[in-house]
Design a protein around this ligand. Structure first.
Ligand code: ACO
Length: 446
C-alpha cells in the first residue's frame, strides 16, 4: 500500500526541481514525483508517470484535488474570494469594462486597444444572424419545452449549418466558429424564449450593442416600438461579465473533455450547455427563485434553514455554497449591488423576494452550520431576482447563464486545442464489479 506523501525540500545545491516522494509501504519502493508551479495558487504534483512507474492510479471522484489541465485564462482563490480573468479582478471588469472587452480578454489574453475593440465588436455584430433554415428546427419542439432543452438541441445543430467552421485544425475556422458561437448565442436564446411564448422571432440589429440587442430580441413585438433602457442594458451586460468564465467548473470541463476527442466546437458547447443545466451548477439560479417562492414569507426562513442543516432531508439552500469559494463569492457581491440598481431603475420599491433573500442570507451567515462549513451566497443567489425583475421567466435564467458562459467555454476549448501537449481526456477507474466468470446459458440460469 502506498503511504502518505512527503514534500521533499528542493535541493538547492544541485538545482534539482522540487519533488514529492511517494513511498509504497508494501514494497518499500520510492518514487519522486515532480512538483509544478503555476504563476500563483497551489503547486501541483505531476502524476503523469505514476501508473507507468508504480502500477497505481489515483482516486479522486469529483476532482476535488485534481488539476485537469494548464490554463492561463482564469484564476480563483476560493479562500480569499478572488476571481481574476487574465490577471484582472472581476470587480474591476464589472465596474469599468464591458462584455465585449471581457470576451476579447478571455479569448486573446489582453484587453483590446480601441482599434482591436472596434474590429472585434464588428466581427461579433456581423455574425449575429442565424441561418434562416434554423427557425424550422425550433418549430419541431413542443412550445412548452424547457428552453435549455431547446438550447442543447439548437446549439448542437449549428454544426449541421456551419460546416465551413468545423475543422478544428484550421486556426481561421476555429476563430470563425468562436465568433459565431459568441455572436449567435443571444439570437438563439432569444428565439428559444420567443418560441416558448408564441411570439414571432425578432431579428438582430447591427446598430445595437450586444446586451441591448439581446433584450430587444427578447422583448420587442412587431406591433409596437421597443426602447431598450440603458440601465437595464448595462445590468444585463454586467450579468454577462459576471458569468463569462470560471476556470475548470463542470460545464467547462465537459466542453474540454468533449473537445479532447477532436469533436467540433458547436457539439462541444452543446455538451457544456447540457452540463450547465443541472441544479448543482447553472440551474441553481432557477432553483433559488423556486426556493424563495416556496419559503414565501420571512417567518418561514428559520424552518428552511433548519431543513438545510438536516442530514436526513435532501433540501439544500440553493445559491449557497461553492466547490471552490470558501468565502463570499466576489460575483455575488457585485450581483447584490446590481440587483438594487435594477430594482431602483424599474421603480420597484418593495420586492418581497429580495427582502426574503436578504433575510435568508442574514440568518444563514450567522448560523454555526453555514459558518463552520464556509457556505456563502454564490453568484446565483441574487441573479434570479434581477432577471425576474427584468421580466425573464424563471426557465430562461440558466439560458442566460449559458449565453454568457459561451465565451469562457470557447476560450478554454481554444486554449486546449492550441496546447501541443493536449491529448484525449480518458480517466481510469477503481473497478468494483464482478471478476471474470463463466457464461451461463439462459436455460441454466436460476
Ligand atoms: N445547503 C446546505 N448544506 C450545504 C449546502 C447548501 N447549499 N452546500 C453544501 N452543504 C453542506 C453539505 O451537506 C456538506 O456537508 P457535510 O460535510 O456535513 O456532508 C458540506 O456542506 C460540503 O458540501 P459538498 O456537497 O460536499 O460540497 P461540494 O463542493 O461538492 O458542492 C455545491 C458544492 C454543489 C455548489 C453545493 O454547495 C450545493 O449543492 N449548493 C447549492 C446549489 C448551488 O447553489 N449551486 C450553484 C453553484 S455556483 C455555480 O455553479 C454557478
Amino acid at each position: 500500500m502506498a503511504s502518505a506523501t512527503k514534500t521533499a525540500p528542493a535541493a538547492k545545491s544541485d538545482n534539482k526541481a522540487p519533488t514529492v516522494t511517494l513511498i509504497d509501504n508494501a514494497t518499500g519502493k520510492k518514487i519522486d514525483l515532480p512538483v509544478m508551479d503555476g504563476s500563483v495558487g497551489p503547486k501541483v504534483i505531476d502524476i503523469r508517470k505514476l501508473y507507468a512507474e508504480t502500477g497505481y492510479f489515483t482516486y479522486d471522484p469529483g476532482f476535488t484535488s485534481t488539476g485537469s489541465c494548464q490554463s492561463a485564462i482564469t484564476y480563483i482563490d476560493g479562500d480569499e474570494g478572488v476571481l481574476l480573468h487574465r490577471g484582472y479582478a472581476i470587480e474591476d471588469l464589472a465596474e469599468h469594462s464591458d462584455f465585449m472587452e471581457v470576451c476579447y480578454l478571455l479569448l486573446h489574453g489582453e484587453l483590446p486597444n480601441p482599434t482591436q475593440k472596434s474590429k472585434f465588436v464588428h466581427d461579433i455584430t456581423y455574425h449575429t444572424m442565424v441561418h434562416e433554415q434554423l427557425q424550422y428546427l425550433y418549430r419541431g419542439f413542443r412550445r412548452d419545452a424547457h428552453p435549455m432543452a431547446v438550447m442543447v438541441g439548437v446549439v448542437g445543430a449549428l454544426s449541421a449549418f456551419y460546416h465551413d467552421s468545423t475543422d478544428i485544425n484550421d486556426p481561421h475556422q476555429r476563430m470563425i466558429a468562436s465568433h459565431r458561437l459568441i455572436a449567435k448565442m443571444p439570437t438563439i436564446a432569444a428565439m428559444a424564449y420567443k418560441y416558448s411564448v408564441g411570439q414571432p422571432f425578432v431579428y438582430p440589429r447591427n446598430d445595437l450593442d450586444y446586451a441591448s440587442n439581446f433584450l430587444r430580441m427578447c422583448f420587442m413585438v412587431p406591433c409596437e416600438e421597443y426602447k431598450v433602457s440603458p440601465v437595464l442594458a448595462k445590468a444585463m451586460d454586467r450579468i454577462f461579465i459576471l458569468h463569462a468564465d470560471h476556470e475548470q467548473n463542470a460545464s467547462t470541463s465537459t466542453v474540454r473533455l468533449a473537445g479532447s476527442s477532436g469533436a467540433n466546437p458547436f457539439a462541444c458547447i452543446a455538451a457544456g450547455i447540457a452540463s450547465l443545466w443541472g441544479p448543482a451548477h447553472g440551474g441553481a439560479n432557477e432553483a433559488v427563485l423556486n426556493m424563495l417562492r416556496a419559503i414565501g414569507t420571512k417567518d418561514r426562513v428559520p424552518e428552511y434553514v433548519k431543513r438545510a442543516k438536516n442530514k436526513d432531508d435532501s433540501f439544500r439552500l440553493m445559491g449557497f455554497g461553492h466547490r471552490v469559494y470558501k468565502n463570499y463569492d466576489p460575483r455575488a457581491a457585485v450581483m447584490r449591488k446590481t440587483c438594487h440598481e435594477v430594482l431602483e431603475e424599474l421603480g420597484v420599491k418593495n420586492e418581497p423576494l429580495l427582502d426574503l433573500a436578504m433575510e435568508l442570507e442574514r440568518i444563514a451567515l450567522e448560523d454555526d452550520y453555514f459558518v463552520s462549513k464556509k457556505l456563502y451566497p454564490n453568484v446565483d443567489f441574487y441573479s434570479g431576482i434581477i432577471l425576474r425583475a427584468m421580466n425573464f421567466p424563471t426557465s430562461m435564467f440558466t439560458v442566460l447563464f449559458a449565453l454568457a458562459r459561451t465565451v469562457g467555454w470557447v476560450a478554454q476549448w481554444k486554449e486546449m486545442i492550441e496546447d501541443p501537449s493536449q491529448k484525449i481526456g480518458r480517466p481510469r477507474q477503481l473497478y468494483t464489479g464482478a471478476t471474470k466468470r463463466a457464461y451461463v446459458p439462459t436455460t441454466k440460469r436460476k
